[in-house]
Design a protein around this ligand. Structure first.
Ligand code: PLP
Length: 358
């Protein structure tokens, strides 16, 4: 197998030292060491998420916790706001779990705006709202600060946010925003191998779980939290301890870089990519709502994407085609996790060279 430097929006590059931690010898998942490991991860995740809420891990990818969250949190009806395929996924998860749901899809390229959220919540029909913070399929970052001002007017509504491809790269202040369940995956901006999902859970969400009937077993957040509480930071089933070792170490690396420095690095890469994309092509997202971790670019030059990616592959790099309906119309370059400005200059320079843009 040939390993390329990944500029795809997950899985992302994993630092060799982090990868090595996945090979840590096993410990018992009921041991004191396992509890201590979970506690350390919780504290560091709380710092990274700017929250005092409980932290739950799930040995699944992020979609698992999205499923558990919308199923466990909806007593009445959920409203899902979508700006791309990952937004739509919330609605699919709800429907397949018999959770009453409505879906609002924006025009392509447009973000979810606070007024739209207000118009739905005003009806009083909903007790859950879902937002995709960073829509990886379209490169749109939704304005969660202004959306939060609206949601705060409705104290009986729980706010679920998909931060799968933003958390650890872009600043998400969970408590200040009032996010009830904030979900992320290991393999995006946190830069770990895929297989672990994490979320924060507010006291309001915990209270709601007691009012919802059938929540399943494995992804039931009430059950997960119960074990963390009662069994001193353990899980009802065996978690991926390998991921937990690697995450514990990676969170130390993140703190060493400096959380704020990490966000600045991501902003710098995003600004560079925005400039570059609009110099030679055009970004897909409405101006002002571009993602800080992945740039989705309209293929205005109609080049053959597979050929480009093949040639990039010969040079040891890989980018991503469009997602879903946008497969052939756009392409995507991620700038998250371990990547830095030198990497972004390397990949864009190679594309300029291959497509003879200069
Ligand atoms: C990758 C991604 C998901 C799905 O996460 P998995 O970990 O693959 O289940 C959901 N939402 C967004 C925004 C994503 O980028």
């Amino acid at each position: 197998m040939e390993f390329k430097k990944l500029f795809i929006p997950g899985p992302t590059q994993v630092h060799p030292d982090v990868l090595a931690k996945m090979a840590t010898p096993m410990i018992g998942h009921r041991s004191k060491d396992a509890s201590e490991l979970q506690k350390r991860i919780t504290q560091k995740m709380q710092n990274l998420m700017f929250t005092k809420n409980k932290i739950a891990l799930s040995t699944s990818s992020g979609t698992g916790l999205m499923e558990g969250a919308i199923r466990g949190a909806t007593a009445k009806r959920a409203i899902v706001f979508s700006v791309g395929d990952f937004g739509n996924r919330w609605a699919d998860l709800a429907k397949l779990n018999d959770v009453p749901v409505d879906l609002h899809v924006e025009e392509p390229g447009n973000p979810t705006m606070p007024k739209t959220v207000d118009d739905y919540l005003k009806t009083g029909k909903y007790d859950v709202v879902t937002i995709t913070h960073n829509e990886t399929s379209t490169g749109i970052m939704n304005p969660v600060e202004s959306i939060s001002e609206i949601i705060k007017k409705y104290p009986d509504v729980l706010w679920l946010v998909d931060c799968v491809s933003s958390l650890g790269g872009a600043k998400v202040e969970v408590d200040k925003l009032g996010i009830d369940i904030c979900i992320t995956s290991s393999q995006k901006a946190l830069a770990l191998p895929p297989g672990l999902a994490l979320c924060s859970v507010s006291p309001k969400a915990e209270e709601r779980f007691t009012k919802v009937g059938n929540k399943g077993y494995y992804l039931d957040l009430k059950n997960i939290i119960k074990y963390i509480d009662k069994k001193d930071h353990q899980y009802s089933s065996t978690p991926s301890l390998s991921h937990m070792f690697a995450l514990d170490f990676q969170l130390d690396r993140i703190e060493k870089e400096g959380i704020e420095n990490r966000f600045i690095r991501h902003i710098e890469m995003a600004e560079f990519m925005y400039e570059w994309a609009n110099t030679y092509f055009k970004t897909f997202a409405k101006p002002g709502f571009e993602s800080l971790t992945v740039t989705c670019i309209n293929n205005t030059r109609n080049f053959n994407f597979s050929e480009l990616n093949k040639e990039l592959g010969n040079r040891g790099m890989q980018i991503s085609n469009g997602y879903g309906d946008l497969k052939d119309k756009t392409f995507r370059i991620a700038h998250m996790g371990e990547l830095n400005m030198a990497d972004m200059k390397e990949v864009t320079g190679a594309i300029e060279d291959i497509l003879k843009l200069k």
